[in-house]
Design a protein around this ligand. Structure first.
Ligand code: NAD
Ligand code: UD1
Length: 349
């Protein structure tokens, strides 16, 4: 029998790509998303890309904090084999302006989900954590044993949820939980049919670059040129979203391991790339020259962050396959085919 996985936030950027990989991997998938930062077009396109297997996808527009709706969904299914929990708000700057909104959405949403899962005897979870919990690391690569900290309310929601998961597992060892710390997801499905479509002004590097390339914004502001790095700009571990999605399938498989408790894994490539290197790779992939404005550092930014990938390689038997050239190729393929994302010039800003 095919396994059924509940995916919260499955209409979003990483969620939609993971749902597609799950369907291709012959899982049945139920998506819950309130469409706060996503479009139902993404779900339609995932179903199309999955072909015949698109029939194994179900979508419910539900907010995770709506406990009765979640209860009803769980009661209507014989059971979910596991839950992959992506749903959450993720804009760092907004989280500083509106901390309560972030705590309410991310923490209350997660607690409600965990309560309903527990009540229905579903105790297998994969959670989207972030490399943000490493803060400004004292050294690189970041291993899972590094001390964790948070620099802003968004980061604190990740840190708190990780701790909540560890407490739940301590109280009831039947829980099997994998906390995945993502580094910097970029790129899109190679079809160019699904990709990242942020609302408003993008906070992250590649969505911004993409919008400059299609003429929606005049130039990229490079935040910081005086870091102790090869060219003075910040260094990050960019990972292709399809590789990241495959990491979730590896994590799901690991949840069947009788010995697993509550475990953390980095999902990155282990390679550091500077802002200017990334822009150069995008210029090459797109045949465009992204105009740059050099500026001061962005508050809260770290200098160099990249992952140690050893633990995921050894224990999840997963390793990223793609490099920055493929990431930029697929990012541009998506952007050029969908300059306004899933919307139109009127629906975007
Ligand atoms: P996204 O915004 O594209 O996807 C999140 C989805 O969750 C959206 O579709 C949104 O509508 C939905 N959602 C939010 N609150 C909800 C609620 N209360 N109930 C139901 N649905 C809700 O973001 P993403 O980039 O796909 O990120 C997915 C997860 O990975 C998030 O938890 C994010 O914090 C984490 N993460 C992302 C990155 C990144 O760079 N993209 C890095 C590290 C961690
Ligand atoms: C940011 C968040 C982090 C979150 C991560 C993934 C901050 C302070 N940190 O991290 O919490 O987990 O996104 O969602 O927001 N850059 C530019 N110009 C831009 C945008 C970015 O030069 O317009 C630079 C940044 O300074 C950085 C690099 O590009 O050196 C990557 O930035 P970004 O994509 O925002 O990711 P992080 O900084 O890793």
């Amino acid at each position: 029998m095919a396994k059924t996985v509940l995916v919260t936030g499955g209409a979003g950027y990483i969620g939609s790509h993971t749902v597609l990989q799950l369907l291709i991997g012959e899982f049945r998938v139920v998506v819950v998303d309130n469409l706060d930062n996503a479009s139902d077009v993404a779900i339609e396109r995932v179903a199309e890309l999955a072909g015949e297997r698109g029939r194994n996808l179900e979508f419910h527009q539900i907010d995770l904090r709506d406990k009765p709706a979640l209860e009803k969904l769980f009661a209507s299914k014989s059971n979910f084999d596991a839950v992959i929990h992506f749903a959450g708000l993720k804009a760092v700057g907004e989280s500083v302006q509106k901390p309560l909104m972030y705590y309410n959405n991310n923490i209350t949403g997660t607690i409600t989900l965990l309560e309903v899962m527990s009540a229905h005897g579903c105790k297998k979870l994969v959670f989207s954590s972030s490399a943000t919990v490493y803060g400004w690391p004292k050294e690189v690569p970041c291993t899972e044993e590094f001390p964790i900290c948070a620099m802003n309310p968004y980061g604190r929601t990740k840190l708190f949820i990780e701790e909540i998961c560890r407490d739940i597992h301590r109280s009831d060892p039947e829980w099997k939980i994998i906390l995945l710390r993502y580094f910097n997801p970029v790129g899109a499905h190679p079809s160019g049919y699904i990709g990242e479509d942020p609302r408003g002004i993008p906070n992250n590097l590649m969505p911004f670059v993409q919008q400059v390339a299609v003429g929606r914004r005049p130039a990229l502001t490079v935040y910081g040129t005086d870091y102790s790095t090869k060219d003075g700009t910040g260094v990050r571990d960019y990972i292709h979203v399809v590789d990241l999605s495959d990491g979730h399938i590896a994590a799901l498989n690991k949840l069947s391991d009788a010995k697993i408790g509550c475990e953390v894994y980095n999902l990155g490539t282990g390679k550091g790339t500077s802002v200017l290197e990334m822009v150069a790779a995008f210029d090459k992939a797109s045949g465009k020259k992204i105009p740059l404005v050099m500026a001061g550092r962005r508050p809260g930014d770290a200098e160099i962050v990249y992952a140690s990938t050893e633990k995921a390689e050894c224990e999840l038997h997963w390793k990223a396959k793609y490099g920055i050239d493929e990431m930029c190729r697929d990012q541009w393929n998506w952007a050029s085919k969908n300059p306004w994302g899933y919307g139109s010039p009127d629906s975007s800003n």
